[in-house]
Design a protein around this ligand. Structure first.
Ligand SMILES: O=C(O)CCC(=O)C(=O)O
Ligand SMILES: [Fe+2]
Length: 324
């Protein structure tokens, strides 16, 4: 198979994890430069072993193989608690996928140890690995922007990010390629940043230059895709970019059959503490703020409600959905 080219840089994190401050700064600069242009990087040498990632993909399959009525026992129902299972069609009727959302504090809709052995404990520990890595990525941004190294820590200490397992079922190409259909529609993520683990199927595309020209973000074994989400674009006053992405049919050089194989992916969405006000940081003399301040908790609830067509909490404004 011919390699698909991609404008997303591959950045090694090794020198950030093991090097001195100068080494760290060098890595941080590469991370920041990519985030301030295409908004995505492939992170390699990130410290999470591939065997661990494969274990989580297996766990994900064991969940999605359960009968639908079993999975529906964990159905996500409340916008304030974006946690639990959502069936195919829940997030946009022409999106073809099912998901399970796992959190650390609000996690009631999770199969118990007796229902699905090791599911919760393994996801909990993977969750912590993802969170530690994400905090280091945020530290890169703080270093380059000359903020204190731990700038993002106070706003994430009591945060409840979300580890999402996604299953895109096997599907006829002609269904996905109908107008208005996709595995997941073009959207931006709405938290701070996302770590994304994908299998080898392909089909993820990004709009790197923010002008509607989507290009493949093919799977690169051993790497994690990391992208900026809306709240961090706002918080940095537009310095880093929340880039649109979607999942469609894999490119023809990757797969040309008429029935697309199932695809699995695992995003880890980093959100701030719900009490945080995201008010753009200005660094230059006279710099104008490009965004209004928003409350992080309300922002997350509003987007979740829109995406899943759930009821908005009373008194909160309804905004245009980011997905679909
Ligand atoms: O499945 C993927 O590769 C992307 C998923 C995604 O963008 C999302 O869940 O926000
Ligand atoms: Fe996304």
């Amino acid at each position: 198979m011919a390699e698909e080219s991609t404008p997303i840089p591959v950045v090694s994190f090794e020198q950030f994890l093991t090097g001195d401050r100068a080494d760290q700064k060098e890595v941080a600069k590469k991370v920041y430069d990519a985030f301030s242009t295409v908004g995505f990087i492939y992170l390699k040498d990130h410290g999470i072993p591939q065997s661990r990632v494969e274990e989580i993909f297996e766990l994900s399959k064991s969940f999605f193989t359960l009968p639908l009525e079993e999975k529906l026992k964990y159905k996500l129902a409340e916008a304030q608690v974006n946690q639990g299972y959502t069936a195919d069609g829940a997030e946009g009727i022409h999106d073809h996928k099912e998901c399970y959302e796992h959190r650390r504090f609000n996690n009631r809709l999770c199969p118990s140890e007796s229902e699905l052995p090791s599911f919760k404990s393994t996801l909990d520990s993977f969750y912590n690995q993802c969170l530690r890595l994400a905090m280091n990525v945020l530290k890169c941004l703080a270093m380059v922007m000359d903020l204190s190294d731990d700038f993002f820590e106070p706003i994430t200490k009591r945060a409840d990010p979300q580890l999402r397992l996604i299953h895109y079922p096997e599907i006829a190409r002609e269904v996905i390629e109908q107008s208005g259909h996709a595995r997941i529609h073009a959207h931006t993520d709405f938290g701070l940043c996302t770590l994304l683990f994908q299998d080898q199927t392909g089909g993820l595309e990004i709009d790197p230059w923010h002008e509607g020209n989507f290009v493949p973000a093919p799977p690169i074994p051993g790497t994690i895709l990391v992208n900026i989400a809306d709240l961090l674009q706002r918080y940095t006053n537009g310095r880093v970019k929340s880039t649109r992405h979607r999942v469609v049919s894999p490119s023809p050089q990757r797969f040309s059959g008429v029935v697309l194989p199932a695809r699995y992916s695992i995003p880890f969405f980093v959100h701030p503490d719900p009490e945080t006000t995201i008010d753009p940081i200005t660094l230059a003399e006279g710099e104008e703020k490009l965004y209004e301040p928003v409350n992080a908790g309300e922002w997350r609830t509003m987007h979740t409600a829109n995406n899943y067509r759930l009821q908005q909490p009373p008194g909160k404004p309804v905004e245009v959905a980011t997905v679909g």
